[in-house]
Ligand binder design. Structure first.
Ligand SMILES: C[S@@+](CC[C@H](N)C(=O)[O-])C[C@H]1O[C@@H](n2cnc3c(N)ncnc32)[C@H](O)[C@@H]1O
Length: 657
């Protein structure tokens, strides 16, 4: 394989040209054009994001002993998945002291979300006050009134709160007692959690750090033994008694109240109607997640992280939480989103012992919809999934800036508002999430950050359309059962000059202008090394509005040199060329054959011309053997960073990769 680009004029039939009308404002894309690579965001692998789940069985059993034995069966977690994996055992009688009804001590400042983790944290809340007409209230009546006031003062649909406030008549507030009860249960569960936590902290004072590492999970699990959790069955959508804007000091609290059932994982999911769906995500600062705007979150998928379990880095798989998020996108089901926020250093609260009490908090940010996902290379060179989530409109706006210290300065800052490139900062410029309407393996998104233009209409197809007169004759195939690794025996490799045209990573390694892939008659499987272009696009491509050349195509992920990018797909027509501007979507195959992308086409119809392109076209045959109308496949001639426009030379299809 020769390095660098070497163009030469095509001079025979195979060296057919794309004949597009000459353009007056032809623009070349030099090798260095496009965004600086240093500006491109790279995803980091997840690092586990774990609240430790290593619940020491010793500590629990100590606790169990301390509490005595209860002759009933109950369950406790035996694995990292506390909510699903249980072991039956003998339980302990609840400590009567612990189970006595707890007074409601939490304060719910109205209009600012509820500081749900305030109990016993007077040191913390004492230094905070909330601006506006927020009033500290400690009684349930006040809580209800606060909710009512919020309904009255917000522009939200009253129905959103109808489960709490059902009416107001002559100054009397009518409330739904069940809704109040649900809220009360949540508050009670959290108060109990803090009671247990305080006891555990006291008990483990002075003990090694390891022993205290999982103390929050331990406290949560002890509470579960007492049946103290609420909302224990998983659900998609809102959780009863939990409100947008609720704040939590410890991640384990999210599990106790059923907002996010996993102690350790950022993605929680459930199976609904045979489909795995995401229920909630926790965006914590250990991941390379970031907010594109106050209501658009880019969230990293799970898996493949060498920091978790000391494994080799691997490509993330579309399984587990990643598959659940993808399915949530497909079915447009909401995902609860909890975000971790930092508190500015200067305002961190220091307790009486001189130690920092809290430097961050978890905030329930409401329901989001997954609108897009793609893969990109992470810092270990492996593929990671990225999910784009948009906050559902109409939910209470979180006014983080309202939190101030005594001198009135803001206390909170966005935890992960990272420096973003200009492109990332651009507001909602996505016109269509997937112009292929699910036909491609990866959504082909349409963006216009330039003007209000929409895409001219056409039918997106992923298979060539042939004229009725075209008779398919399927070529004889190979007999390989070893994945076509023996290029001397594989009949298809022999047609390629005794060589497989692709390497094991699917990158093209041949200079041949015509490539034979394995086809329908071959005995090899679909995973055979000699099936690349026929498998469709492997990178997340997007069509974007370009100031000079109207629409263009770029990749959202990094494309290594030699990779297959896409096929030029359309209707095969024979005869005369169309007249006028419509020719811009026509690829001339020579011999009076054209691939016409005017009515039917794919993403390739938007790829622009350049004299120093980063793609090259190769003719590929696999499902028929008519050399006059091969598949025209585009491959990367160099490593292409994300967001760089993809181009090929319309005039010279011949160059070495
Ligand atoms: C296959 S289409 C590419 C998509 C096209 N930009 C669009 O908006 O639909 C080919 C047409 O794009 C425009 N084009 C492509 N490359 C160009 C370039 N380097 N400079 C100016 N216009 C270009 C020309 O109008 C050409 O006929």
């Amino acid at each position: 394989m020769k390095l660098g680009m070497k163009k030469r004029r095509a001079d025979n039939d195979i060296h057919r040209r794309f004949k597009f009308p000459k353009v007056s404002a032809a623009r070349n894309f030099s090798g260095g054009s496009g965004p600086l690579e240093s500006q491109l965001r790279r995803s980091k692998f997840e690092d586990g994001n774990a609240v430790s789940v290593a619940m020491s069985s010793q500590s629990v059993s100590d606790r169990v002993k301390e509490m005595g034995t209860l002759p009933i069966s109950c369950s406790r977690s035996s694995s990292t998945n506390a909510s699903t994996s249980t072991v039956q055992g003998t339980c302990n009688p609840p400590n009567p002291k612990r189970l006595k009804p707890l007074p409601l001590r939490r304060d719910f400042p109205a209009g600012c979300g509820n500081f749900v983790s305030a109990a016993k944290l007077n040191d913390f809340t004492g230094n905070l006050k909330v601006m506006g007409d927020c009033r500290q209230s400690s009684a349930l009546a006040s809580l209800v009134e606060d909710d009512a006031r919020r309904v009255a003062s917000s522009s939200l649909d009253r129905n959103k709160f109808k489960d709490v406030v059902v009416g107001r008549k002559r100054g009397v507030l009518y409330v739904d007692n069940e809704a109040v009860g649900r809220r009360e249960s949540v508050v009670k569960a959290l108060n109990m959690f803090h009671d247990i936590l305080t006891d555990l902290l006291q008990e483990r004072k002075g003990k090694s750090k390891t022993q205290g590492g999982g103390i929050y999970v331990d406290a949560a699990l002890l509470l579960r033994q007492q049946d103290g959790w609420v909302n224990v069955s998983k659900r998609v959508g809102p959780v009863p008694g939990v409100e947008v804007g609720d704040k939590f000091k410890y991640r384990a609290e999210l599990t106790v109240i059923g907002l996010h059932h996993k102690f350790d994982k950022g993605i929680d999911c459930m199976v609904k109607d045979g489909n795995i769906l995401a229920t909630s995500i926790v965006d914590s600062d250990r991941y390379e997640n970031y907010m594109k705007s106050p209501d658009v979150l880019v969230f990293s998928g799970e898996g493949g992280n060498p920091l978790v379990g000391n494994k080799e880095p691997t490509d993330q798989k579309l399984a587990g939480g990643n598959l659940a998020l993808k399915n949530s996108k497909d079915s447009t089901t909401p995902v609860r989103t909890i975000r971790k926020f930092k508190i500015s250093e200067e305002f961190r609260v220091v307790g009486t012992s001189g130690k920092e009490i809290c430097n961050s908090m978890f905030v329930y940010d409401g329901l989001y919809i997954v609108v897009d996902y793609w893969q990109e290379r992470g810092k270990y060179g492996k593929l990671v999934f990225k999910f784009l989530l948009r906050r559902i409109a109409g939910q209470p706006v979180l006014e983080f800036g309202k939190f101030v210290n005594k001198s009135g300065q803001p206390v909170l800052e966005f935890g992960k508002f990272v420096n973003k490139s200009r492109d990332q900062r651009k507001k909602n410029d996505i016109l269509v999430n997937d112009i292929s309407q699910g036909k491609e393996k990866f959504a082909v998104c349409l963006k216009n950050a330039i003007d209000g233009d929409q895409l001219p209409s056409f039918d997106y197809i992923i298979n060539m359309v042939y004229p009725c007169s075209f008779v398919h004759s399927i070529p004889a195939g190979c007999d390989c059962t070893d994945g076509c690794t023996n290029s001397k025996k594989c009949a298809c490799a022999i047609k390629n000059g005794n060589a497989i045209p692709y390497n094991s990573l699917g990158r093209i390694v041949t200079d041949n202008l015509l490539v034979y892939e394995c086809g329908p008659s071959c005995r090899c499987s679909s995973a055979c090394i000699n099936r690349v272009g026929q498998n469709g696009i492997q990178f997340q491509l997007e069509v974007f509005k370009n100031k000079l050349m109207q629409w263009g195509v770029r990749s959202r992920s990094y494309i290594p040199k030699g990779s297959f990018v896409c096929e030029y797909i359309g209707e095969v027509v024979h005869g005369k060329k169309r007249n006028g501007d419509l020719n811009r979507f026509v690829c001339d195959l020579g011999n009076n054959f054209f691939i016409d992308g005017v009515k039917f086409g794919n993403v390739a119809r938007f790829i622009n011309h350049s004299c120093s392109p980063n793609l090259v076209a190769r003719d590929v045959l696999y499902d028929h053997d008519d050399e006059r109308i091969p598949h025209v496949m585009l491959f990367a001639t160099k490593d292409i960073p994300p967001s760089r426009e993809l181009t090929f030379d319309y005039n010279f299809r011949v160059c070495d990769i």
